[in-house]
Design a protein around this ligand. Sequence first.
Ligand SMILES: Nc1nc2c(c(=O)[nH]1)N[C@H]1C(S)=C(S)[C@@H](COP(=O)(O)OP(=O)(O)OC[C@H]3O[C@@H](n4cnc5c(=O)[nH]c(N)nc54)[C@H](O)[C@@H]3O)O[C@H]1N2
Ligand SMILES: Nc1nc2c(c(=O)[nH]1)N[C@H]1C(S)=C(S)[C@@H](COP(=O)(O)OP(=O)(O)OC[C@H]3O[C@@H](n4cnc5c(=O)[nH]c(N)nc54)[C@H](O)[C@@H]3O)O[C@H]1N2
Ligand SMILES: [Mo]
Length: 692
Amino acid sequence: MSTADATPTLPPATVRTVYGACPHDCPDTCALQITVQDGVAIKVQGRSEHASTHGALCTKVSRYTERTYHPERLLHPMKRVSAKHEAPRFVRVSWDEALQDIAARLKDIAARAPEAILPYHYAGTMGLIQGGSIANRFFHTLGASILDETICASAGAEALNATYGSRVGMHLRHFAQSRLILIWGSNSIASNLHFWTYANQAKRAGARLICIDPRRTETAEKCHQHLALLPGTDGALALGLMHQLITHDWLDHAYIEAHVDDWPLLRERALQWPPERTAEVCGLTPEEVRQLAHDYAHSAPAAIRLNYGMQRVRGGGNAVRLIALLPCLIGAWKHPAGGLLLSASGWAAPFKNSQALNRPELLRGRQPRLINMSAVGDALLHSGGGSFGPRIEAVVVYNSNPVAVAPDSSRVVAGFQRSDLFTVVLEHFMTDTADCADYVLPATTQLEHLDVHTSYGHTDLLRNNPAIAPLGEAKPNTQIFRELARAMGLDDPLLQESDEALAAQAFTAEVDQAALREQGFWSIPLPDAPFAQGGFPTANGKVQCLSPQWGLPDHVPNYESARSSPELAQRYPLAMISPPARNFLNSSFVNVKSLRDIEAEPRLEMHEQDAAARGLADGSMVRIFNERGSLVCRLALNARARPGVVNGLGIWWHKLSPGGRNVNAVTHQGLTDIAAGATFYDCLVQVEAAPT
Ligand SMILES: Nc1nc2c(c(=O)[nH]1)N[C@H]1C(S)=C(S)[C@@H](COP(=O)(O)OP(=O)(O)OC[C@H]3O[C@@H](n4cnc5c(=O)[nH]c(N)nc54)[C@H](O)[C@@H]3O)O[C@H]1N2
Ligand SMILES: Nc1nc2c(c(=O)[nH]1)N[C@H]1C(S)=C(S)[C@@H](COP(=O)(O)OP(=O)(O)OC[C@H]3O[C@@H](n4cnc5c(=O)[nH]c(N)nc54)[C@H](O)[C@@H]3O)O[C@H]1N2
Ligand SMILES: [Mo]
């Protein structure tokens, strides 16, 4: 017998390719291609056939298998056995035991005071099925409180609705033909990489790129110019630009006349913002303001890529309204490559069947109270009564990690540690929030479940097919809520619909379902220059300067800044912003070793001048503090920080941070001017050497 004959022949490996969609909260919503060998996902790649993905993924999602097969993945239901204020200890229980116990607890509360149950969720997955559907139907059936989803984009989104009538904007691909791009409040290279590809094409074709951001980001470095304004002064800058457009007569009078309502009112206000005043408020030079206005008016087609970073301050909504008017004043919308993009989600809205998925009729005429997710600390600590209604007795968290990401952590942690609060968390990992749970239920990842997606950065709809079987005993969110409904004796068939049945209902009849299934994506038909002849989705087709609800837009100063709260600034003189670290996605991926190794540890970026004034050395450990709390991290003295502003990159898990606290230890629960959003970047702090 030869040696070759002795070698047992292994069956040939089966290798399949499955089409998916990236589930993360990111404007790019990439089309994925997952290679599966013998039932194991071995590679996650971007699809080259999908235009904006163009075969490339960010570092995070290209490591998706590392996250899915992470040794710390939650694979079984877990029940808490320690007190809430003690170190978390959990034991493994069966699904049956967990569901029976949870059902009994929720049933009791629902019978007395359904609004005492609070679902807490956000965009851990952006999928329409795993992000809503059965979960919404379940909580509607109970009559639970409704979560007001304000933590990210409500101010900007509502500002666009008030101005353009919906969240609509430029086509992503047209940025490649722009002559000038203002990248405004966006670190595109970190958080909107596939937009950057188009911006880079424009740059190579000779376009000028200007970044407007307090931080000298990866993106700012690669632009021709960087304007490091003070946080929360974007509305003032927009008014200052309008002043220049008016006084130099760089306006497109015909476009304004035909397509803009109430401009004369706003014109009067803008005339009060000469370059000197604007520059002083924004922390820029008058020359920078003049030059920006000149460039904007003389580089057709001029485009603005606005992102949500700039609306995380008190005046975020007003600022977005003002900036959104700029392209109308110079007639930039006449060109496909001119205009503005903040969110494209409004283009997809008419193709979504939200009613069918979420079944508001299950409320049966009840109108449960709204609980603002950006002030969840206060809500959990409220003793109940008055206009607030019943005290919150149970929280069911899915697709979110509020203990790490919600502002004012001390209050949030205190709320979640209430001994009388019953908390259920559906998760992939033992996050800071899962640590506070009574039950942790293992959820599937995007590789393990079915979903469909829209995007807020492009205008394609995508389908995500399950590539592998669920790991351990993990179940899709939908399945968990179906089983919980059964355990509670809720017998409406709408609570038992399958994921396939939900996918079939997710979109309207105009959507080519076959293309979605076979190709994995389908593009919404859109005109090239959608507002060249006006036709904005407002009631009369015109852009609105004036809003019946919010009046005329103005610069609204921060809650906390040297100018608006000088007394507070005496004690806490530094403005802190906490934008995303490039290799994390909010608090997701912080526990993925290869990505955490790149980010290394929580850092605070500070300008040399501010460090010298405090005797702080580069690389030393510092304590960041204010009245709300404190955190410890390593100081990085570099040119990314401007004087007076420090950058604490987010969002680390509390328990993976040196002092057990992340940046949200110092942020507050103040809300935006429009739509009650979170104001993470409106925050004063002091910094000192960390006690050794
Ligand atoms: N890698 C990565 N990508 C992400 C995310 C992530 O955590 N990591 N988060 C995702 C999410 S949830 C969202 S909402 C999107 C968009 O997320 P955004 O929050 O818009 O994030 P960025 O694009 O990084 O833009 C924030 C930028 O705004 C700047 N900024 C802060 N304050 C101000 C201000 O007052 N004025 C101006 N002009 N700029 C300011 C910050 O310095 C930062 O560079 O990105 C998504 N993409
Ligand atoms: N200081 C500061 N705080 C911020 C921000 C900031 O810039 N600075 N950014 C804010 C912004 S823009 C946002 S959008 C929020 C984001 O806050 P969150 O929406 O809470 O986002 P993540 O921190 O990514 O947490 C999502 C969680 O959902 C889980 N998850 C993912 N998919 C699934 C699933 O299919 N099923 C279940 N059950 N769970 C799943 C993940 O494991 C993860 O733990 O944070 C906000 N907080
Ligand atoms: Mo966000």
